[in-house]
Design a protein around this ligand. Sequence first.
Ligand SMILES: Cc1cc2nc3c(=O)[nH]c(=O)nc-3n(C[C@H](O)[C@H](O)[C@H](O)COP(=O)(O)OP(=O)(O)OC[C@H]3O[C@@H](n4cnc5c(N)ncnc54)[C@H](O)[C@@H]3O)c2cc1C
Length: 315
Amino acid sequence: MPSPVTDPSVIEGYLTDASNVQGHADGLVRPRTTEEVSAILRHCQAKNIPVTVSAGRTSTTAAAVPQGGWVLSMERLNQIHHIGHDTAEADGGVFLGAFQTDVENTGRFFPPDPTSRHECSLGAAIACNASGARSFRYGPIRPWVLALTVVLPNGEIIHVKRGDAVPASWPSVDWVEPNVKTAAGYAPTRDAVDLFIGQEGTLGVITRATVRLTDLPADVMGVLAYFPSRAALLGFVDVARRSAPSPVRSLGRLHATRRSGHRRAGHRGTRAAVSLPGASRSRSHQAAGDTGRPHPGDLQASVGRWHRRSDVHTA
Ligand SMILES: Cc1cc2nc3c(=O)[nH]c(=O)nc-3n(C[C@H](O)[C@H](O)[C@H](O)COP(=O)(O)OP(=O)(O)OC[C@H]3O[C@@H](n4cnc5c(N)ncnc54)[C@H](O)[C@@H]3O)c2cc1C
């Protein structure tokens, strides 16, 4: 087991996160392997030392702020082990953005994109069930997680894959999710992988993850569309997700903001910035002289069902 750092000037860098809440800790450990995490947790449980798992510390809820005990930093558990066509495997402490870049360099795509993705870790994004703008199209990180290596608080190392049942001897999580956005929190599930998604480090340390990959969008077109009301915007999103064969069905990123007055542009109402992953360029498209890219006209036609076409701008 790595010896804990006790130098207050080193520990100081781990006492807060993006919430700016200030914490305190007696020790800092930075394991490089799952086995080291296991040894640390076994030791801490035996000695009754509280442990706070810490990664990029971009949490806005003080979830990574220690209140005594040891900080277990994931920063050295940061290897990418495998990037294939359908799946990739990496340590929990790898930066999410760096992981995504490596995946995209192979022509594949891992969509979950919390705005903090270049500063946050893959393991914590899973532990918080992070979402991002692309969630409108691809969902949060949960459905992209196939398997996990987790170290339980008693130091036991477990490997769980989708479809594995939560052991019957474990307490069940029974609660009804409120009817509002609730990404993080214990999942009301008997799927062992889902149990560790959204648990924010309270049930175990995610040291390794296998995730699903998909096709890298060929082209992305940015547009800015103005809608007269939120209802009109949501109507557009609903149909855009389902409609075919318009490229709008590939809706990938959507930022919706309500502005009471866009005076410069002379607009009032709800604004949506939409990035559209393009259709893949098949041979038949090319033979027909069609690049397969989404065309501003297609989008204007789709949005125009809800609003004036002149209020759709491409970038
Ligand atoms: C500018 C900014 C933008 C953000 N945008 C988004 C966004 O778009 N969507 C979104 O969902 N969130 C967003 N967040 C919140 C935050 O970035 C995410 O929740 C992110 O996943 C946290 O990752 P981290 O590595 O910084 O984790 P930390 O902040 O270090 O830790 C977060 C929690 O996860 C636990 N944890 C860390 N690593 C592990 C591990 N390996 N195993 C188990 N538990 C672990 C910690 O104990 C803590 O409870 C944003 C934050 C900021 C500051």
